[in-house]
Design a protein around this ligand. Structure first.
Ligand code: IMP
Ligand code: MG
Length: 190
């Protein structure tokens, strides 16, 4: 008898569609462009690898002058569960002292990663530092971090696509999906 396909072989259910993402990224870009109007230059910092698609779309819709740089972190992970420890594996190529910086993240879960990044970047004395996260899991957030722009508040599920991965797969899905439904569906009435 054939084995049941593993959940990861099935296309993930849609949580946020491509069209919903595009519309929200457009709104965020407008808001950011308005908030930074008159600023000489905004430096967008993407956190690899998860933010690569979001920052590509967002940066192309922002109408003020922007430059882009990247950092990469390694989470001491077991499978897909962050275990708290974070290590910098790729630093910026540019200095940020005196510059207006917008940190662009794919997802904020506990917020520990963001807290680590904010501490590191603040120490370099930027003129300003704001945070833009595509998704946030409000039920999971414990770190004391201030998010200036949030695309979507999402339930406490493992999400993939639009840059987000499970074990480095599903990053290139055009939508944000949930890998598996962890809670049973609510019983229908009648
Ligand atoms: P935090 O430090 O707990 O906020 O964890 C953030 C990091 O965990 C993110 O940058 C992702 O790499 C990963 N992560 C947390 N939740 C998810 C998810 O639902 N899908 C994909 N990656 C996630
Ligand atoms: Mg990330």
């Amino acid at each position: 008898m054939e084995e049941m396909p593993a959940p990861r072989d099935a296309p993930p259910d849609v949580l946020i569609s491509e069209a919903q993402i595009a519309a929200r990224v457009d709104q965020l870009a407008r808001q950011i462009s308005a908030d930074y109007a008159g600023v000489d230059e905004l430096l967008l910092i993407g956190v690899l690898r998860g933010a690569f698609i979001f920052i590509a779309d967002l940066s192309r819709r922002i109408t003020i002058p922007c430059s882009v740089d990247f950092m990469a972190l390694s989470h001491y992970e077991h499978g897909s569960t962050p275990s708290g420890g974070v290590r910098l594996i790729l630093d910026l190529r540019v200095g940020i002292t005196g510059r207006n910086v917008l940190l662009v993240e794919d997802i904020v879960d506990s917020g520990d990663t963001l807290a680590y990044l904010v501490r590191m970047l603040e120490a370099r004395r930027p003129a300003s530092l704001k945070i833009c996260a595509l998704t946030r899991k409000p039920d999971r957030l414990t770190a004391d971090v201030r998010l200036d722009y949030v695309g979507f508040d999402i339930p406490d599920r493992w999400v993939v696509g639009y840059g987000l991965d499970y074990d480095n797969t599903f990053r290139t899905l055009p939508y944000i999906g949930v890998l598996e439904v962890l809670e049973p569906a609510a019983p229908g009435a009648g």
